[in-house]
Ligand binder design. Structure first.
Ligand code: BGC
Length: 367
């Protein structure tokens, strides 16, 4: 883009010189005067063209500083085969391309070694900025050291490293959500039911917890804070089972199916760390002849379209909006700030987008 604009400015200048010279001819004084005048005009034209070029260059510099069109952006997603991250990456790509960036999105295939290669390739290609959804949060130190070494402004998304890890590089920022908030909201959805989750009235809420990948802070906090909301409200709780479903619908279905066979009507609540696992759990609930909101409660997180439909239909008690569009917009904004030269001080490198509680009353707002 920069090159094209320069060529156009230069071509314009030489075309003007050429047409002015074509007006000249012999050596008579009048002709000489005309020729001299033409030269002066041509020189003025060149000056104008040069000024235009300089102005354009300034505009480009400003645009670049503001992270404007024309940059090459490398995006690494932990795996494409993840329902929520599919919505997220589509939003990210649309926003970036809409702003004129050239975007390459890579599938880490849930393999950190594969993602490391992708990051190294992006660095070799000299991308202007990176947006990375790490495969493993435990790899954060290594990822941060790599991008710092290459001096590439980087936005981490979806899997939050510690503030201490991020403090190693001031051109790095995390954009995501505070997962504690989503856990608390899941607990509140249960507290908002007529019996506060104690369907059989035995004085305690008996639940199973279907966890995401426990390496991920979202899974840890949602597991902890959903139950904490109940106990903070004075409810007694009983954990019948806690198993990792790795954010996966099929695993959610299997865990729920086994637990429903094992614990039967003792299960009053199924907490799922995300909607995809909740949709799987719903299949098991329906196969077991149970009815959500009558003899069992079911909550998820993300507000995937499929889950919003089930909330509206009464087949899920509720979910929590994990704002993919808001986070994608926030990630691009932070990336542009970094491209514009902004640095982030230690302890100020996490930017959070709010979660929103979703019930049958407001689910349509998010569909
Ligand atoms: C989402 C999950 C997703 C995970 C991927 C979480 O924030 O709720 O649906 O699988 O991120 O890291």
């Amino acid at each position: 883009m920069k090159l094209t604009r320069k060529v156009t400015a230069m071509a314009l200048a030489s075309m003007m010189v050429f047409s002015m010279a074509a007006c000249g001819g012999g050596d008579t004084p009048a002709e000489t005067t005309t020729a001299a005048a033409a030269e002066t005009t041509a020189a003025a034209a060149e000056t104008t063209a040069a000024a235009t070029e300089a102005a354009e260059k300034d505009a480009e510099t400003t645009a670049e500083a503001a992270g404007g069109a024309g940059g090459n952006i490398g995006v690494c997603i932990y795996k494409f085969d993840d329902a929520f991250m599919t919505t997220y990456r589509n939003a990210l790509q649309e926003i970036l391309e809409g702003k004129g960036y050239t975007v390459t999105v890579m599938d880490g295939k849930n393999d950190q070694a594969e993602q490391n290669n992708q990051i190294n390739n992006f660095i070799a290609q000299e991308v202007d900025a990176l947006i990375i959804n790490p495969v493993m949060t435990s790899a954060a130190d290594q990822i941060i050291a790599t991008v710092k070494d290459a001096g590439i402004p980087t936005v981490l998304i979806n899997r939050e490293p510690t503030a201490d890890q991020m403090s190693a590089y001031d051109k790095l920022v995390y954009v995501g959500c505070d997962a504690r908030q989503s856990g608390t909201m899941q607990g509140e959805l249960i507290l908002d039911t007529p019996n506060k989750g104690d369907i059989n009235g035995d004085g305690k809420v008996s639940y199973i917890m279907i966890q995401g990948d426990p390496e991920n802070v979202d899974a840890q906090y949602r597991t902890e804070f959903s139950v904490k909301a109940l106990t903070d409200a004075g409810m007694e709780v009983e954990e019948l089972d806690l198993q990792r479903g790795d954010w996966d619908r099929n695993k959610g279905q299997e865990i729920a199916q086994n637990d429903l066979a094992k614990f039967g009507n003792d299960i009053e609540v199924i907490f799922c760390n995300n909607d995809d696992m909740a949709i799987g759990a719903l299949q098991a609930i329906q196969a077991a002849g149970r009815k959500v909101n009558e003899d069992i409660y079911l909550v998820g997180v993300d507000a995937l379209d499929a889950a919003l439909n089930e909330v509206v239909n009464g087949n899920m008690t509720g979910t929590v909006l994990n704002d993919a569009n808001g986070q994608a917009a926030g990630a691009v904004e932070a990336m542009e700030a970094l491209l514009g030269g902004k640095t982030y001080a230690a302890g100020e490198q996490s930017i959070y987008v709010d979660y929103v509680k979703v019930t049958p009353e407001n689910a349509a707002d998010f569909q």
